[in-house]
Write a protein that binds this ligand. Structure first.
Ligand code: CO
Ligand code: ZN
Length: 324
């Protein structure tokens, strides 16, 4: 749990993955044969085997904000990095790389909150004026959201479980896997939240025989949620389809057979909007048979995302069993 807390609270909006990458390297370097960081910043770790190449991908970036303008009074205007909701951003705390914290507020003459846009919001870092603000924050600086990490009733509430939970799964799998013949690549990708960019280059480099992405998915288990057959606590979700991929039948069968054989509960994911790394991986070069394991997560892209640790344990089991 200590590792998961460290991962989720680490700063790493898309394009600014240095800190989170270093943290992951520190935790896996004793357990892999090779580590490579590619041009875009993807972390590619290998556990050598004599068999076919299998790639696991989890994005390490998180959504965030980027500074566009600082006004005379020192209020900071911003644009989004990835899927940031104006409503979910209100009164949230954000953190810049240098540790400066800001609070997001909005132009208060605004009345219809449904029509609230990011343009109406600003970050207040407590500066007295523009000059003071500019001593700490400049145009182009990126911030991530802040949110306390809490575990209760075997459920975790935190920011950035999308997708530090995926990173956590791969780190735990890397530590646990002993015997394997597959040639294993664990790729911690950059810039997923702004269009699966790191997955594109890393999949081209590795060009695996099979690929599985690990990321979060939405749920339909809260009051008046959109209709979706996914609940937290009911096991890892095997992706069938999202907006960018249809899971390859070979990989789908691999996942189903492994889950059945080891009595791991699972559910099926059909995600109507959005996608994850595998959307880019499966159309690399001549194509890669690909699929995904998704962790059911409530309130994705908020500072209070919720996962069930039983799903997390079962996902680690699914990954380690599929390779052994
Ligand atoms: Co996301
Ligand atoms: Zn994600």
């Amino acid at each position: 749990m200590k590792l998961l807390k460290e991962l989720t609270t680490c700063y790493g909006p898309s394009g600014n993955e240095t800190h989170i990458r270093e943290l992951i390297i520190k935790n896996i370097k004793e357990h892999v044969d090779e580590i490579q960081v590619d041009v875009l910043g993807n972390l590619i770790a290998r556990k050598k085997g004599t068999g076919k190449k299998m790639m696991f991908a989890a994005h390490m970036d998180e959504i965030g904000l980027i500074v566009t303008y600082i006004d005379e009074k020192g209020f900071i205007r911003f644009s989004n990095i990835g899927g940031v909701s104006p409503q979910r951003s209100l009164y949230q705390r954000v953190m810049f790389e240098n540790g400066i914290t800001g609070i997001i507020s909005y132009e208060q003459k605004h009345e219809d909150m449904q029509k609230l846009k990011l343009d109406h919001l600003y970050i207040d870092i407590g500066a007295k004026n523009k000059e003071e603000a500019e001593r700490f924050v400049k145009i182009g600086d990126a911030a991530c959201f802040k949110g306390e990490f809490i575990c209760q009733m075997n459920r975790v509430i935190s920011k950035a479980l999308d997708n530090r939970i995926g990173c956590y799964l791969l780190i735990e799998a890397i530590k646990q896997i002993k015997d394997h013949t597959l040639d294993l690549y664990f790729v911690f990708t950059v810039q997923e939240e702004i269009g699966l960019r790191g997955a594109k280059t890393s999949a081209f480099t590795v060009y695996p025989d099979y690929a599985i992405a690990v990321d979060v998915t939405l749920t339909g288990d809260t009051p008046n949620a959109p209709t979706m057959a996914i609940e937290i606590g009911k096991g890892p979700a095997i992706k069938i389809k999202d907006a960018m991929v249809i899971t390859h039948p070979i990989v789908r069968k691999m996942l189903e057979d492994t889950a059945k054989k080891h009595c791991i509960p699972y559910q099926y994911e059909v995600l109507e909007k959005g996608g994850t790394d595998v959307g880019a991986v499966h159309i690399t070069k001549g194509g890669v048979p690909s699929g995904a394991i998704s962790i059911p997560t409530r309130y994705v892209h908020s500072t209070g995302e919720v996962v069930d640790m039983q799903d997390v344990e079962n996902s680690i089991k699914l990954i380690t069993k599929i390779i052994s």
